[in-house]
Design a protein around this ligand. Structure first.
Ligand code: IMP
Ligand code: MG
Length: 179
């Protein structure tokens, strides 16, 4: 375990095993159809890479970039787009992939924006779902793991851009997280 962590919440083996199950479910749900996966940068890249390689379906891949500002400093409920779609999604089966469902603001804004482009279907997959109340109407169709309300890093998730490369998910020591 990395020195900055207080505990490991999900081991690499647990994650890889769960992804086998999740990918099997998604593959069954979309059998015989082409899927357009849209990753939300940056946190989803590891989950996306591991998920997509388990899908024996025709798959198209794109990413969007979204920065959300909430918490004490700026709680406007708005997000800033740093990258929009490159692929067309009209009349496509779209699955949006994110690292973690927390307040739900990101999901809400990305869903609104993509819905306007008239996909045939639009679903949402989150690697983690935090045990906190989400905004109204925010739920993910696919969730790999539900976790307690702790700040976690690893497997794509960062604290100040660090720890994304850890192959497992852990909780930072309070003194490292500055809380
Ligand atoms: P939401 O818009 O509040 O659902 O937040 C989603 C985004 O907040 C995620 O995509 C992450 O980038 C970030 N986030 C929320 N909780 C955590 C955490 O525990 N660790 C790292 N990033 C987090
Ligand atoms: Mg993120």
């Amino acid at each position: 375990m990395h020195d900055d962590l207080a505990e490991v919440l999900l081991t690499e083996a647990q994650i890889q095993h769960r992804l086998d199950e999740l990918a099997a479910t998604i593959q069954r749900d979309y059998a015989g159809r082409e899927l357009t996966l849209i990753g939300i940068l940056t946190g989803s890249v590891i989950f996306m890479a591991d998920l997509l390689r388990r899908l024996a379906l025709p798959v198209r891949l794109d990413c969007v970039g979204v920065a959300s500002y909430h918490g004490a400093t700026a709680s406007t409920g708005e997000v800033t787009w740093t990258k929009f779609l490159r692929l067309d999604v009209r009349d496509r089966e779209v699955l949006v992939v994110d690292d973690i469902l927390d307040t739900g603001l990101t999901l809400l804004r990305v869903r609104e924006a993509i819905q306007k482009l008239q996909p045939r279907s639009l679903k949402f997959a989150a690697f983690l779902e935090k045990d906190v109340p989400h905004r109204d109407g925010c739920r993910a169709d696919y969730v790999a793991f539900k976790i307690p309300d702790k700040f976690v890093v690893g497997y794509g998730l960062d604290y100040r851009e660090r720890y994304r490369n850890l192959p497992y998910v852990g909780v930072l020591k309070p003194q490292v997280a500055g809380v």
